[in-house]
Design a binder for this molecule. Structure first.
Ligand code: ADP
Ligand code: MG
Length: 271
């Protein structure tokens, strides 16, 4: 089912072949991450670490299996290659992280905690995203979003059956995100997975929440406008007629009063 979604021709859906198709090899993890993973194994949070699903500049994502045989996504933030300044821009100004220490390790710990707490806030409001399970140090454990142990394909690799319907679902999820008091701040075709429900309907799953900010952040409205612009552009290119300003206005009109009250009036007037 899942592989049928890919534009790229992929071999059958065994894990091994998926791994080969994506040319992901094991990367060496630092001692701290290894010790944290060992603590997950000892406390039976996971039974095995299966294989790396993705390796980016800031994080490596592994598939793991728990004691019940369920798959879990393990996102490990890297200490070495992370862009500290970029992280700082998304942490400072967030009321949850008032005492930001500009040291690499503590910044990565804050970022990890932020991804976890954003996933908690978003999933409470039924945003379609992985359910967070726990975090420790620089690692977040969350629900594995995939089928037969293979992650759902990213939106940029999928031919949509009904782009209009999918875009509508995406906008609904952005509205739910604002109701959670959050702006994703890196929404794009690369951070949206495409899940198929039991009727074959394609549903967006929004991932990668580390940089998401609360509305109190001084740039939250700019980030919201950028998120909306990126998805509007993507779907316009697919042939949909989209009035970006109208969509943005609609999304802003759904931000709850209680949240708007927390943001300064000048900031709203500016936007
Ligand atoms: N919960 C999950 N379930 C399955 N696959 C996931 C999950 N989270 C991330 N992935 C996979 O890992 C990739 C990178 O994850 P992401 O959170 O976007 O990290 P990065 O910071 O590297 O962009 C995703 O594109 C997806 O393929
Ligand atoms: Mg990403």
């Amino acid at each position: 089912m899942a592989l049928r979604l890919w534009k790229k021709k992929l071999p059958p859906k065994e894990d091994k072949q998926f791994k080969q198709a994506n040319k992901i090899t094991s990367k060496v993890l630092d001692d701290f991450s290894i010790n944290t993973l060992i603590s997950f194994l000892n406390s039976k949070k996971i039974k095995s670490l299966d294989y790396p699903v993705s390796s980016g500049k800031e994080a490596v994502v592994y598939r793991a299996t728990d004691v019940n045989g369920q798959f879990i996504a393990v996102k490990i933030f890297k200490f070495e290659t992370t862009a500290l300044r970029k992280m700082g821009d998304y942490i400072e100004g967030d009321p949850r992280f008032v005492h930001v220490r500009r040291n690499r390790r503590s910044m990565v710990f804050d970022w990890t905690k932020k991804e976890f707490s954003n996933l908690q806030l978003a999933s409470k409001l039924n945003v379609s995203c992985p359910l967070p399970l726990l975090f420790k140090g620089n690692i977040v454990l969350m629900e594995f979003e995939g089928i037969n142990g293979i992650p759902y394909a990213k939106l940029n690799n999928v031919l949509l059956h009904d782009p209009e319907d999918f875009f509508k679902l995406l906008v609904e999820n952005v509205i739910k995100t604002t109701k959670a008091g959050l702006v994703h701040a890196d929404l794009s075709q690369y951070n949206i997975l495409v899940k198929e429900d039991e009727n074959g309907k394609q549903i967006p799953v929004i991932i990668d929440w580390g940089q998401a900010v609360m509305f109190e952040h001084p740039k939250s409205m700019d980030f919201l406008a950028r998120d909306v612009s990126v998805i509007c552009n993507y779907f316009s290119k697919l042939g949909l007629e989209i009035d970006e300003q109208k969509i943005l206005k609609k999304i802003k009109s759904k931000i709850p009063q209680s949240i708007l009250k927390r943001i300064s009036s000048t900031k709203i007037a500016e936007n």
